[in-house]
Design a protein around this ligand. Structure first.
Ligand SMILES: NC(=O)c1ccc[n+]([C@@H]2O[C@H](COP(=O)([O-])OP(=O)(O)OC[C@H]3O[C@@H](n4cnc5c(N)ncnc54)[C@H](O)[C@@H]3O)[C@@H](O)[C@H]2O)c1
Ligand SMILES: [Zn+2]
Length: 381
């Protein structure tokens, strides 16, 4: 098996090979030895994933000539905290780990973010491997090197860019993922179609039901394709300097704010789904895109079982305040120009800008026109 690509961020380091396949755990022990040769291993996971895959994981570890421990963190955002980083470091010290040791993140975005952050600071950085087990982690959070923990003032406030040695994606692991979490990942996949590729969007329209049934070939194809979009963007703007990487934030301005005001009861992809509806409405209000784009996008989101309207208890003013807080006073949105492309502006010195600064009135109008009216229409019918 060959990697689908190699992500090279720093020229002095070897790139990160990214493998994608269905039912490929039997080759993982070999790939770990090839790309992350190590004396000791700490696998970071949680109880849910261990209940499902503990035996398979142990079989893999037994085939590697390194001392391994499995460490569990809570199955919630609570794991993305200083306390849990410190707990892991204590356990790794007791396990005798040193700078030649490896941390493997075996879980969703929470495990990947916090285990990766721990790897980036422990002994000034040790080798790190991502084995993502949620759809969101497979197509998004495991790729791109962003690792973080939360601070009481904001999510992901404490973090680093830290590339893993290996990203190993087995789509068969998604069979046990709860449906809501599976759908949450589909939001990021639909996002990729809207901002980058109309043909992929059309493929999703055609195959969404099979995808929801987790038909293995379709799932593997969609995951690989989505990874490639993210890899392409990250390669061109690894440290979010040129601005291109910002296009991945489509739907996230309102999405993040909704996640926060719901106290994280709303999943990331659910917030992003509603955020895409609002951003598309803004694009229509500004005549960047036409109304048929909104209809196509909302239809696909709905067919995927994703929300396209506000939860009942969300207040528009509270949401606007939250966006203002997140964005330090400026309202910045990535806006599509059609299905498959985003609108960009150029500064006088030729720099491309992908996120557009909007006024509070424009946002208020879009929130009312887009999400609130869809709410009214649905209630009327
Ligand atoms: N680093 C990045 O670039 C980036 C990007 C997007 C999101 N994130 C972060 O990712 C996190 C969200 O990640 P997530 O959506 O994967 O959530 P998650 O890690 O909380 O996983 C969702 C749920 O699925 C369970 N689970 C995981 N794999 C499973 C499997 N194979 N079978 C059964 N259950 C399984 C988990 O235990 C959990 O209950 C957030 O903290 C967010 O900030 C990071
Ligand atoms: Zn996201």
């Amino acid at each position: 098996m060959e990697p689908i690509d190699t992500l090279s961020i720093y020229y002095e380091q070897p790139g990160t090979p990214i493998y994608v396949g269905s039912d490929i755990l039997d080759q993982l022990a070999d790939k770990l030895q090839e790309h992350a040769q190590t004396n000791r291993i700490a696998v970071v996971t949680n109880s849910v994933i261990r209940d499902n895959y503990g035996d398979a994981l142990q079989n893999i570890l037994d085939r590697i000539p390194a001392e391994s421990i499995i460490l569990q963190v809570p199955d919630s955002e609570e794991a993305k905290s200083w306390d849990w980083v410190s707990n892991l470091i204590g356990a790794m010290e007791q396990h005798g780990m040193d700078r030649n040791s490896t941390i493997i993140a075996f879980g969703g975005g929470v495990v990947g973010d916090m285990a990766g952050f721990t790897a980036s600071v422990y002994k000034r950085g040790i080798s790190f491997v991502q084995i993502p087990t949620t759809l969101l982690a497979q197509v998004d959070s495991s790729i791109g090197g962003k690792v973080a923990i939360n601070h009481p003032m904001a999510k992901n406030l404490i973090g680093a860019f830290y590339q893993p040695r290996l990203i190993y994606i087995d789509t068969k692991l998604l069979n046990t993922l709860p449906l809501e979490d599976f759908r949450s990942g589909i939001a990021e996949i639909i996002k990729a179609g809207v901002i980058m590729d109309a043909d992929f969007f059309a493929y999703l329209e055609k195959n969404i039901d099979e995808l929801l049934r987790r038909q293995p070939d379709i799932l593997r194809y969609v995951v690989e394709k989505s990874c490639r979009y993210k890899i392409d963007v990250v390669k061109k703007d690894p440290l979010e300097k040129s601005g291109l990487r910002k296009i991945l934030n489509y739907g996230h301005t309102v999405g993040h704010a909704l996640e926060a005001v719901s106290n994280f009861k709303l999943r990331h992809g659910e917030g992003v789904s509603i955020g895409m509806v609002v951003a598309m409405q803004l694009a229509i209000d500004l005549s960047f895109a036409d109304a048929s784009c909104a209809e196509k996008q909302s239809n696909l989101l709905k067919r995927a079982g994703l929300p396209t309207e506000f939860p009942d208890d969300v207040n528009v003013d509270e949401l606007i305040d939250r966006i203002r807080l997140d964005k330090k006073g400026a309202f910045r949105f990535v806006l599509p120009s059609k299905i498959g492309a985003v609108k960009c502006d150029y500064t006088a010195d030729g720099k491309v800008i992908y996120d557009h600064k909007l006024s509070i009135e424009q946002i208020r109008r879009a929130l009312k026109n887009g999400v609130e009216s869809s709410l009214r229409d649905d209630r009327d019918s």
